[in-house]
Design a protein around this ligand. Structure first.
Ligand code: HEC
Length: 144
């Protein structure tokens, strides 16, 4: 009897702590990313505006069209990941063993915004929680 009352409570807690999608996304503990500056956009809001249309609300992507950001092995290389957001890419790309062949346009975001959105992506969906700083983004931009 008691157990039946505990299960829904646990389920709600799990949903509230997850990233992306659903009505609980606004309460996401990771949403602030590295953006401490007043007025700076949160990684989550940048994600929703600039990335979710292709990579979907929970980073799952679309099979054969848009690669996933959720549990993506591509993200293990932070420099490549930053480069991808700044410059975009077209042609073949392999993510989690699946080949995609499409185009991602370069994202019109400043260093702080790229850092915030990628910190959000790394914090979510089993991506290991790496932090991305504006300095790292600046260095990749400068390196070409
Ligand atoms: C117009 C659709 C579109 C938008 C918007 C977009 N992407 Fe992509 N993204 C793609 C496609 C398509 C690829 C694969 C490109 C290729 O085939 O070369 C990709 C690849 C990637 C990759 C490398 C592969 C992977 O899945 O890990 C990362 C990282 C990434 N995108 C992050 C982002 C982030 C962060 C944003 C928002 C700031 C974003 N993308 C916005 C379409 C998009």
């Amino acid at each position: 009897m008691k157990l039946l009352h505990i299960i829904p409570a646990v389920a709600i807690l799990i949903i509230a702590a997850s990233c992306g999608g659903g009505d609980n996304a606004g309460k996401n503990p990771y949403q602030t990313g590295e953006t401490a500056t007043a007025g700076a956009k949160s990684g989550e809001s940048i994600y929703k505006t600039n990335c979710a249309s292709c990579h979907m609300a929970s980073g799952e992507g679309i099979d054969k069209v848009y690669p996933p950001l959720a549990y993506s092995d591509y993200l293990k290389d932070k420099t490549m990941t930053i480069h991808q957001v700044i410059h975009g890419s077209s042609g073949e790309i392999v993510v989690n063993g699946k080949t995609y062949n499409n185009t991602m346009p370069p994202q019109q975001l400043n260093d702080e915004e790229v850092a915030a959105v990628l910190t959000y992506v790394y914090a979510c969906w089993d991506n290991g929680g790496a932090k991305v700083t504006a300095e790292e983004v600046k260095a990749v931009r400068a390196a070409k």
